[in-house]
Design a protein around this ligand. Structure first.
Ligand code: ADP
Ligand code: ASP
Ligand code: MG
Length: 421
């Protein structure tokens, strides 16, 4: 069989019917290069946001099962329209949703992980010479419940499909020309990266660079799938290649800066300083599928035998987390809980920071010079993250970007609407 290329087109790429016709041309172009093509599409434009808003007009606490039923409809529209556009342009194509393919996930609504993907029907269609257009973002449990993979999850659908189909490459087509040193909408002189390692991309994505879903990077790493991020509107530009670090030359300590405005901080005050208290708290959160990233436990107040525990998590999980905290109040014996919603996490990422002292100090000094207070710090081998006031975040990203030598002389060519921030 011919090599398979998986192409994924995001919301802005399929925002209206003219854009869908344009996407059909990009698909046919790839097929004409002699490849079998599997296409994964997102919902049109801001459809998923609009569906979320509709749910919000009915209830402030929609059931997560019904939310998945609702949100999964967006991708159903785009696959059918793209298959029609391909057929209209003389290309045999068939659309398939997650149920028809067999994209099996865990039974976790609104942020399910893919467990398995059946390939038999896709392969059959490809052998018949068809382009297969598959709905991103959706999944199905083994008892036929509809799930979704979390916001931005179509990237993960595409990379997972590329992995199981042993595709030659997965191309993520979007509204920017590749992965930049930071979000080019915040810092117009951000530089486009020709290549970036899986590890760095993972840290940037989990730090808030929504150009790629973090689980898509994780999946690409597992299957060793080459991924290219590129523009739907400039097909000749080959974008950014994401690959293993051993194949790269490292020139700078910092490769990119990421910003995440979707987190909140919770501070639990005067927790009993006994073995097991942190375990009780984080077990409770884990059972509700709440993922926590930065965690700080303060120095214990020996006289009172208490300390404070602070952590950050997604805004969307606030109600569930507060319920968990109420459930464990007696065991933890805490006095108060503070919720800080006006925060942002800024991360500098670079494989080149390993073994180079002074990078953290330079970041902290830069923030201090801007009069920015650091509320929390977290580090990994190749990432340093600081939690700061949301109002100062854009300025901090832009200055850090410059201080670490990432500014380009050119202004990034950014297409599409400005994101809602
Ligand atoms: P799609 O709808 O195609 O999935 P997304 O909006 O999810 O597109 O992701 C593309 C957006 O990611 C860009 O428009 C850009 O604003 C943002 N972005 C954030 N960080 C980066 C980065 N480092 N490089 C490129 N784009 C970034
Ligand atoms: N349509 C979904 C979203 O807006 C999935 C995606 O676009 O990747 O989050
Ligand atoms: Mg996206």
């Amino acid at each position: 069989m011919k090599d398979i290329i998986v192409q994924k087109f995001g919301g802005t790429s399929v925002a209206d019917t003219d854009k869908i016709k344009n996407v059909a041309k990009a698909v046919i172009r790839e097929k004409n290069l002699g490849h079998n093509v599997v296409v994964v599409v997102s919902a049109m434009g801001h459809t998923t946001d609009i569906l979320m808003k509709l749910a919000g007009e009915i209830t402030s606490k929609p059931s997560s099962r019904e939310l998945d039923m609702l949100l999964s409809t967006g991708e159903g529209v785009s696959i059918a329209l793209l298959a029609m556009a391909l057929q209209e342009q003389g290309c045999d194509a068939v659309s398939m949703n997650a149920m028809q393919v067999g994209i099996i996930t865990e039974k976790v609504h609104t942020k399910a992980r893919i467990l398995d993907i059946k390939t038999d029907k896709i392969t059959k269609h490809l052998e018949e010479g068809k382009v297969v257009v598959i709905a991103g973002f959706q999944g199905i449990t083994d008892d036929f419940e509809i799930t979704t993979l979390g916001r931005g999850g179509s990237d993960t659908s595409a990379v997972a499909l590329a992995g199981v189909l042993k595709a030659k490459r997965c191309d993520i087509y979007t509204d920017v020309e590749g992965v930049y040193t930071t979000d080019p909408r915040i810092v117009p002189c951000a530089s486009k990266l020709a290549e970036i390692s899986y590890d760095e991309m993972m840290e940037l994505a989990s730090g808030g660079a929504n150009v790629l879903h973090p689980r898509a990077v994780e999946t690409a790493m597992t299957h060793n799938t080459p991924v290219r991020v590129r523009s739907t509107f400039k097909l000749d530009d080959i974008g950014t290649l994401i690959l293993g670090v051993d194949k790269m030359e490292i020139h700078k300590p910092v490769t990119g800066v990421a910003l995440d405005r979707e987190r909140i901080r919770i501070v639990v005050c005067d927790v009993q300083d006994n073995p097991g208290t942190a375990a009780i708290l984080f077990d409770g959160l884990a059972k509700e599928n709440i993922s926590v990233d930065m965690i700080i436990q303060s120095y214990a107040r020996k006289d009172l035998n208490t300390n404070d525990i602070a952590f950050t998590m997604e805004k969307a999980d606030l109600d569930k987390a507060m319920q968990v905290l109420r459930n464990v109040k007696l065991e933890l014996g805490y006095s108060r809980v503070f919720v800080d919603e006006k925060i942002a996490k800024i991360s500098i990422v670079g494989a080149g920071m390993v073994g180079r002292p002074g990078i953290a100090a330079k970041m902290f000094r830069t923030l201090a010079n801007l009069g920015i207070n650091i509320k929390m710090i977290a580090t990994s081998d190749i990432k340093i993250s600081c939690l700061v006031d949301i109002e100062k975040a854009d300025e901090a990203v832009s200055v850090l970007h410059s201080v670490f030598g990432l500014d380009s002389d050119e202004i990034a060519d950014v297409k599409g609407d400005l994101p809602n921030v």
